[in-house]
Design a binder for this molecule. Structure first.
Ligand SMILES: N[C@@H](CCC(=O)N[C@@H](CS)C(=O)NCC(=O)O)C(=O)O
Length: 271
């Protein structure tokens, strides 16, 4: 049996939902409430010592890290391949996975945090807030979150995130020049890995900052939104209140994010 440890608005878990849906795999879910710190409970830390979702339990064997879970599912359930057979294409796919895992995940987290979760944390008592930061074991992750809390969109980590999205969307536009999907005519985990991240930026109403002048990326995003498996795995799992909260909070930082993105583009042009 497959059991997926999830949280409904977790961007990393959404990659796994799409993969499971594409492959039509049956599974059950176990909700880990990130808002009430259930990810730090001793029971869950035994499943994922990093205290994050997703985690997959396949007949008692635990797989963590969303990128690895998606590849594991492709290996175990080969009926509808999302990992290309050709080694060069596989390397291209993993370059996109690396971009997501090394840059875009944190970019999305810090943008979402400065737009949305920062306000939620402001309403906590100082003790609750300190407790929340203390729970974050990894000192680098903690420094990033503390900076995004204290400085909001002016945090250098948010600027790094804005730059990371600029680099990614520039590469996407090139890769999509002659094909509908990132690796060619077939959708792959390269596309699946990116979908929830682009969706989150869209739901924060920030996406046009990067793609207004990128028609190939706009077509890709339009195709993604039409995919039944994406729809069932991402927007259909969110409530109207989730969409409203994302759009309202994103709008508050939008002008500044656009100005910082222009600053980054000008800085690159001057080199
Ligand atoms: N690299 C990990 C990142 C997992 C991750 O950070 N998940 C977030 C939700 S998208 C989480 O559980 N956050 C809880 C926390 O940081 O306390 C993956 O891709 O699985």
């Amino acid at each position: 049996m497959l059991k997926l440890y999830t949280f409904h608005n977790s961007i990393c878990t959404q990659k796994v939902f799409i993969t499971l849906a594409e492959k039509q795999i049956e599974y059950v879910t176990h909700n880990v409430n990130l808002f009430t710190n259930e990810q730090f409970s001793p029971e869950y830390l035994k499943i994922n010592p990093k205290g994050v979702v997703p985690a997959l339990d396949h007949d008692g064997r635990i797989v963590t890290e969303s990128t690895l879970i998606c590849e594991y599912l492709d290996d175990m359930f080969p009926e509808r391949r999302l990992v290309p057979a050709d080694p060069f294409q596989r390397a291209r796919m993993r370059l996109w996975s690396k971009a997501v895992d090394e840059n875009l995940f944190e970019a999305t987290r810090e943008l979402s945090f400065s737009a949305m979760f920062r306000d939620r944390m402001k309403s906590m008592t100082p003790e609750q807030r300190e407790g929340r930061f203390r729970n974050v074991g990894d000192p680098i992750k903690r420094a990033r979150l503390e900076s995004a809390y204290a400085e909001g969109v002016e945090s250098p980590y948010v600027y790094q995130g804005i730059a990371a999205f600029e680099t990614a969307f520039s590469k996407m536009e090139k890769d999509l020049q002659s094909s509908p999907w990132l690796l060619g005519s077939e959708m792959s985990l390269a596309d699946v890995n990116l979908m929830p991240f682009v969706a989150r930026i869209a739901y924060l109403d920030l996406l046009d900052i990067w793609i207004a002048n990128r028609p190939a990326t706009q077509s890709w995003w339009a195709s993604v939104q039409k995919l039944p498996t994406f729809k069932a795995s991402v927007p259909d799992k969110l409530e109207a209140a989730d969409f409203a909260a994302m759009a309202t909070s994103g709008d508050k930082i939008k002008d500044r994010v656009a100005a910082l993105r222009d600053q980054y583009v000008a800085q690159c042009a001057a080199i």
